[in-house]
Design a binder for this molecule. Structure first.
Ligand SMILES: Nc1ncnc2c1ncn2[C@@H]1O[C@H](COP(=O)(O)O)[C@@H](OP(=O)(O)O)[C@H]1O
Ligand SMILES: [Mg+2]
Length: 354
């Protein structure tokens, strides 16, 4: 039994659990409608806060590692009221498990340290060394609609994903729960929801309840074998601007898939297919120029591959995380069980004329 990346995995899981606790507080405020029009965007507050908590945990444990994260602190330096609201959240979000909180270093010292730590996410990434990729709130639109979103953390070593963790506060805990479209129901109840997906390269993928409370032991997850394309289900973005939904409908038709797509925000899609709730994830370019961000895919890519899937771009090439902050060498994403991935790519290439 290899123990490679064991410590990285433990810290990543706890860091995501803690950050998700912060985003849940903001989510429920928003879902209850307590954020007025004049307030700063709740996404902004949740994003900055979660990013600060995750980077603080990484710096405490792995001070030499580089970090690629979405936000920078400049807007907070220019807006003390916004800064103070975020600080209040960051200061007061702690894991219930005191030992676990201690492992993360106990949070952020003061408001200046918070600004400093948020700005530690500016690495250019690249092919060499250890780089953490963070998406503090993936699926911001879903977060605002009261639907799916994810707190995402991946460790790249020399451009390859070695550890991936996804916190999905609004997915059912139950791996066997059917995949349903979740475009946002303004749900205010965490009962039965919240799942933490994890994977380490070569060691498989797991799911466990996101908490609160001490993390339980993970259960192995695996993609479902697709024996009959007619009954396969595929998922895609809710946002038509993120993935071309008419191309996906044509691809589904070509494959003989009869069910309509399940639309869901964020990397919750990767987690859902990895545990067999869905089968295929299609993300099809809507423009020639858009470059996918590494933090939108690093964790999900590994979790699906470790669950028995294959993840590539629309041409069938593996996602290349070693070229910087974006997946500049790839267009779109196709994730499917390894046994049928080639068949899906064939249909994708025919429809997109690649
Ligand atoms: N034109 C585009 N094509 C593909 N993805 C896009 C896009 N514009 C924004 N995105 C990304 O889509 C992510 C959400 O993915 P999904 O549609 O699967 O929920 C966004 O992450 P954030 O929500 O973190 O900003 C953003 O990075
Ligand atoms: Mg994102």
């Amino acid at each position: 039994m290899t123990t490679l990346y064991l410590r990285e995995l433990e810290i990543a899981q706890l860091a995501v659990q803690r950050a998700a606790q912060l985003t849940k507080r903001v989510f429920h405020e928003t879902a209850k409608g307590t954020v007025s029009k004049d307030d700063a965007s709740p996404v902004t507050i949740g994003d900055f806060g979660a990013q600060a908590l995750i980077i603080a945990a990484l710096r405490h444990n792995f001070p030499a590692d580089a970090v690629v994260a979405e936000e920078e602190a400049a807007p907070l330096r220019a807006d003390p009221a916004l800064r103070d609201r975020i600080w209040e959240l960051v200061r007061s979000t702690k894991l219930e498990d005191v030992g676990a909180e201690g492992l993360l270093g106990g949070g952020v010292r003061d408001v200046d340290a918070m600004l400093e730590v948020i700005d530690r996410g500016g690495s250019k990434g690249g092919r060499v060394g250890r780089v953490w990729a963070i998406d503090p709130i993936d699926g911001t639109k879903g977060f605002l609609r009261g639907g799916q979103y994810a707190v995402c953390l991946g460790l790249l070593v020399d451009g390859d994903v070695k550890v991936g963790v996804l916190g999905c506060p609004n997915l059912p805990v139950d791996d066997a729960a059917p995949l349903t479209a979740d475009i946002g129901a303004n749900q205010t109840d965490d009962e039965g929801r919240g799942v933490l997906f994890s994977a380490v390269v070569g060691q498989g993928a797991t799911s466990r309840p996101l908490g609160p409370g001490a993390l339980k032991e993970g259960k192995k997850i695996a993609m479902k074998a697709v024996t009959d394309m007619a009954s396969a289900s595929f998922c895609e973005s809710v946002e038509a601007g993120h993935s071309n939904q008419s191309d996906s409908a044509q691809i589904a038709q070509k494959l003989g898939i009869t069910k309509p797509s399940v639309r869901m925000d964020s990397q919750a899609k990767y987690g859902s297919i990895a545990r067999g709730a869905g089968d295929i994830y299609l993300r099809l370019p809507t423009s020639k120029t858009y470059q996918e961000k590494i933090w939108d895919h690093a964790a999900g890519d590994l979790i699906v591959r470790e669950a028995g899937g294959q993840v590539t771009d629309t041409t069938g090439a593996r996602l290349d995380f070693g070229v910087g902050r974006t997946l500049a060498n790839n267009k779109g994403v196709v994730a499917a069980p390894a046994a049928v991935h080639g068949q899906v790519i064939k249909a994708v290439r025919e429809v997109l004329k690649l």
